[in-house]
Design a protein around this ligand. Structure first.
Ligand code: NOJ
Length: 639
């Protein structure tokens, strides 16, 4: 199975709050103090000013967060810094811009932001090519700006997670600059170098021959995910180096212990500054087959027009020991720092391995992209049920991290929308993300239904794969366009009419300001559902079980906490027709008393907590329950 990334790559003034005495510390130290404090912070959270909606109900705000680590309940919000908010009018988003929008995030109910890379970079891959790991790229701000962001986020009980690119550096990084100079320098063995093989070696493929230099060709058929050979020739060493991504992104040699030492020092640098954890880029690509075996060729070509390969020797090679050491590193810090993995794997079993299986001593949150980001992912009850159930049953009880959107894939509203019920479908996706038993990861703009807006002319494309792959491959610009804050000029993103990517015309209808004023908007739905999750013990923490395993159209599940807490039923109609909802009470899955002791449901009724179906208000009898097309119904079981 290939995931969408691989397919596409193959293929206010803020209401500054009164400064508590302890925050009169240097900003980063203050943030650290907060990180170390118990995650009960919502109780102390000040009310938010502004907005037509209250930040959350008093009950939600007062709901105690259990002893579980903060990330287990979290709503994590991915920010693509270039595109969130421009504070200095250069047309590119920046750290101070993000800081100025923290109240919005707090109002939405976000617990943590993940920042796509903000380190110095030539920006070939928009920051995923890092040229210095312990600094901030001037176009995004300074280290002091980052410290201020962390401190101001902390005041709003929002943690900051950084992207950490361990697999590769930029070719402009001083490590690589030194490494490429000779075969004998101090960093000679920090990257993956190879002599290649004589061009006349029998069995070499035409693909290898295309990359011949000085009578030698790459040692095997490995390909860059971004097109062409994964091997690049450097005359000064008369050798090739390996790059999984662009040739400007040489892979580090993680078999060299000095690399691990240097990178662990980098991670300590940020952890010491109060960063709550990392999203580990391309973590399953860290190691390659030491035997450099050719990868089996599949049918056809990839999106770059290169022969399609099974990446069995360049992806998913055992990282367990490394991840355990990394986990030990983050666990040595207070405040439940977290390791999130970019883990495109093909099965839940593989995902379990990245947690460390039963030992749970590797990543706390490898991303589960199976339900939402694979090329063949479908918004149907059977498809979603399968992966949601697998995540409950096959992860040794670890917390799933569901992902339906990110900066590498067309937005979910476009992938799953049917062109008729798109907003209803986006509301349903939000329900899936926030009411299943999982940590939720969302992407800026999903909460307002921003659309994918790919470039229409090759000369406008910024993502290099969109330039080389045009027109079949338009790159990833479409899902990275500026955040749509207002219907006005530059969507409120920037004062500069020349923003780094154009503002889609859809911003006139799809924007925060307009949606804030509309009680029925996707934004207000998303806020309500996050507030419900925060305030409802069953949704936040409870077990999850399917109430019907066979329904082809309606996904229906229960969330149950303790017997003293309300059980919740969620019904999601993943079809364009009204449907009757069945409860499989006799099946043995749920039993005759499916929800909680003393509360049989089939003949009972439930109290609607939230629904997009206006006919399902107040108390609803469960027998003969009918739900509108693409509707969501969330209810507390009365019994
Ligand atoms: C995954 C990132 O999400 C993507 O944007 C980037 O191009 C590659 N890794 C390489 O770092």
């Amino acid at each position: 199975m290939r995931h969408a990334l691989v397919r596409r790559l193959l293929a206010a003034a803020p209401a500054w709050l009164a400064l508590p005495a302890w925050l009169a510390l240097p900003a980063w130290l203050a943030a650290l103090a907060w990180l170390a404090a118990p995650a009960l912070a919502w109780l102390a959270a000040p009310a938010l000013a502004g907005g037509s909606q209250p930040a959350m109900s008093a009950a939600a705000a007062a709901a105690p967060m259990a002893a579980a680590p903060w990330w287990q309940h979290a709503v994590i919000y991915e920010i693509y810094p270039r595109s969130f908010q421009d504070s200095d009018g250069d047309g590119v988003g920046d750290l101070n811009g993000i800081t100025s929008r923290l109240d919005y995030l707090r109002e939405l109910g976000v617990d943590a932001v993940w920042l796509a890379p903000v380190y110095p970079s030539p920006q070939v891959d928009f920051g995923y090519d890092i040229s210095a790991y312990t600094a901030i790229d001037p176009q995004y701000g300074t280290l002091a700006d980052l410290d201020r962001l962390v401190a101001e986020a902390g005041k709003r009980h929002i943690r900051v997670l950084m992207d950490m690119v361990l697999n590769h550096t930029s070719d402009q990084h001083r490590w690589f600059q030194e490494s490429m100079r000779s075969r004998t320098n101090d960093k000679a063995d920090w990257f993956v170098w190879n002599d290649g093989i004589p061009a006349d070696t029998p069995g070499t493929t035409p693909f290898q021959q295309r990359f011949a230099h000085d009578g030698r060709v790459p040692p095997n058929n490995w390909e860059s995910l971004f097109g062409g050979s994964a091997w690049e020739w450097v005359p000064a060493r008369a050798q090739f180096y390996y790059h999984r991504f662009y040739r400007q992104q040489p892979d580090l040699n993680w078999n060299n212990p000095a690399v691990e030492t240097a990178m662990f020092d980098v991670m300590r640098f940020w952890l010491d500054r109060g960063i709550a954890g990392f999203r580990l880029d391309a973590i399953t690509s860290i190691f390659e087959d030491p035997g450099l075996r050719d990868e089996p060729q599949l049918e056809g070509v990839n999106d770059q027009g290169d022969p399609a390969l099974d990446h069995m020797y360049t992806e998913g090679l055992a990282t367990d020991a490394l991840l355990r050491r990394m986990r030990t590193l983050v666990d040595s810090y207070p405040g439940n720092r977290v390791l999130i993995g970019e883990t495109y794997v093909s099965s839940t079993a593989e995902l379990d391995r990245l947690y460390g299986g039963a030992a749970k001593d590797e990543l706390q949150l490898p991303m589960d992209m199976l339900a939402g980001l694979y090329v063949n992912a479908k918004l149907t009850a059977p498809y979603q049920r399968r992966y949601l159930e697998e995540a409950q049953a096959q992860l040794h009880g670890s917390q799933p991290l569901l992902v339906y959107d990110n900066h590498d894939n067309a937005r979910s509203i476009d992938r799953f929308g049917d062109g008729v019920h798109d907003v209803a479908i986006a509301k349903l996706l939000a329900a899936l993300l926030y009411t299943t038993r999982a940590t939720a990861l969302t992407y800026y703009g999903a909460e307002i239904g921003m659309r994918t807006a790919p470039p229409t002319r090759r000369e406008d494309v910024k993502d290099p794969i969109g330039i080389t792959g045009w027109p079949a491959q338009k790159g990833r610009d479409g899902e990275r366009t500026p955040m749509q804050w207002t219907p006005g000029a530059q969507a409120g993103f920037s004062t500069n009419p020349h923003t780094w990517l154009p503002i889609p015309p859809s911003h006139r209808e799809v924007n925060v300001e307009t949606e804030r004023a509309d009680p029925d908007s996707l934004l207000n739905w998303t806020r309500r559902i996050i507030a419900l999750r925060r305030g409802n013990a069953a949704i936040r923490d409870g077990a999850m079980r399917m109430l019907d395993r066979d329904d082809a159209h309606v996904l229906i599940y229960a969330r149950t906490a303790t017997a003293s807490q309300e059980a919740v039923i969620v019904a999601l109609n993943m079809s364009d027709q009204p449907r009757l909802v069945h409860f499989e009470v006799q099946s043995g899955i749920a039993g005759a008393r499916p929800i909680a002791a003393g509360r049989p449901i089939a003949a009972g009724s439930a109290r609607t907590l939230l629904s997009t179906d206006p006919s399902l208000r107040g108390e609803v009898a469960l027998a003969g329950l009918k739900i509108a097309p693409y509707a969501v119904w969330i209810a507390a079981v009365i019994g």
